[in-house]
Design a protein around this ligand. Structure first.
Ligand code: ZN
Ligand code: ZN
Length: 383
């Protein structure tokens, strides 16, 4: 398959994080491995199911050699690159928000091939915080089949993934991923981007071309859109502009963030950075759920899981249902005097190698104003 443009010189040494190893992600991985990209970190929480074999050449090829169903997708992709192409790829079997930012810090680019807007928000947040460009691939099979590859530049003055949404939808998505408030339901996927194998192949190729090309400049975000039926003739190039109301310009930079030592309590970590200043506040990044109730059986539990993950994948210890836990108490920020500050990051289920932003009172006030506004908008969206 060709789209008429010459294949650019491939930068095989680029250190990539590939987030999502579904139909699009596994095809991107197959092409990256074939092109000899040496250093890719693959992140996906799921295990391979038989139905995935229909939409992925990589999984089909791997399954032909030995049974793969039930194994972690990220590990299968990693081993494929190692065994077939002799590349030293690595893998994490978890959602992107559960990978410590410290483990992503040495990446040069994040490739997003996830299948939901919330997972893209989490991927984009990591890219934004670490000052990395993000390349995103999506396909649409209903209506006019479409393949879309987007380059989000790293600069704070460029459009980010969040910029492309309406204020209401942005608040809804952020509310779900970030909010400590209760009663958030999973936001509907406005545009289910799961698609045909043709669209998958087209978008994977587009993405790999983008990855192999020279950087388009630090503050230029753009999308390439292909009508899959007429490919290669129709290609739309959209320049994306920053939304003035988007709250991610800027986010705290990685240089301003701290790590917590293994076994160190959050209180000790705060003291190490802020001394005895009582105004220091540690931001957890993604809120953690401390207490939840099961909608199916009414039992309460103390899951200590990231709240968004709990809503999607939390398992009730009483009745075994998945995705039925509603958060009752969540934690997003910690001060030295808080009760939970005596815990370690591990106690709270936070990722190893995570990086945290510590802010002082003044900054906090500005931030909390923004949060209150965002919650008001979010409430509107639910009325
Ligand atoms: Zn933005
Ligand atoms: Zn239950």
């Amino acid at each position: 398959m060709t789209d008429g443009t010459p294949t650019p010189k491939i930068e095989r040494t680029r250190r990539l994080a590939l987030v999502g190893a579904g139909a699009v992600g596994s095809e991107v991985a197959r092409l990256l491995a074939e092109a000899g990209f040496e250093d890719v970190l693959v992140v996906d929480p799921d295990r391979l199911e038989r139905r995935n074999l229909r939409t992925s050449l990589l999984y089909l090829e791997a399954e032909r050699k030995q049974p793969m169903c039930g194994l972690a997708k990220a590990d299968i992709v990693r081993d494929f690159a190692r065994e077939v192409h002799g590349l030293r790829w690595r893998s994490f079997t978890c959602e992107i928000a559960d990978v410590g930012l410290g483990d992503l810090r040495d990446r040069e680019l994040i490739v997003s091939c996830t299948d939901s807007a919330v997972a893209r928000i989490e991927t984009a947040m990591a890219a934004r915080t670490l000052g990395l460009p993000m390349v995103d691939g999506a396909v649409r099979s209903h209506g006019v089949p479409e393949a879309r590859a987007t380059w989000f530049a790293a600069s704070s003055s460029a459009a980010c993934y969040l910029c492309g949404f309406s204020v209401a939808r942005r608040a809804e998505l952020l509310g779900y991923a970030l909010s400590e408030s209760l009663g958030c339901v999973a936001p509907p996927e406005a545009d289910a981007m799961s698609g045909t194998s043709l669209a998958t192949a087209v978008v994977a190729r587009l993405l790999v071309q983008m990855l192999g090309a020279a950087e388009p400049g630090p503050d230029r975000s753009f999308a390439q859109v292909l009508d899959v039926r007429t490919e290669p003739a129709v290609r739309e190039l959209l320049q994306l502009s920053r939304s003035a109301a988007c709250p991610w310009h800027p986010l705290p930079a990685a240089e301003q963030m701290m790590t917590i030592d293994r076994g160190e309590t959050l209180r000790d970590a705060l003291k190490r950075v802020c001394g005895n200043n009582p105004d220091g506040v540690l931001e957890l990044g993604w809120p953690v759920c401390l207490r939840a109730r099961c909608r199916a059986c009414g039992a309460e539990c103390e899951p200590r899981l990231r709240t968004a993950r709990l809503r999607r994948r939390g398992v009730c210890t009483a009745c075994g249902s998945t995705g039925t836990l509603d958060p009752l108490a969540c934690l997003g920020t910690i001060r030295a005097e808080d009760r939970e500050a005596c815990r370690t990051a591990e106690d709270l289920g936070l990722p190893a190698n995570q990086m945290y932003f510590v802010r002082k009172q003044l900054r906090l006030r500005i931030e909390s104003d923004a949060r209150i506004r965002s919650r008001e908008a979010s409430d509107e969206a639910y009325v």
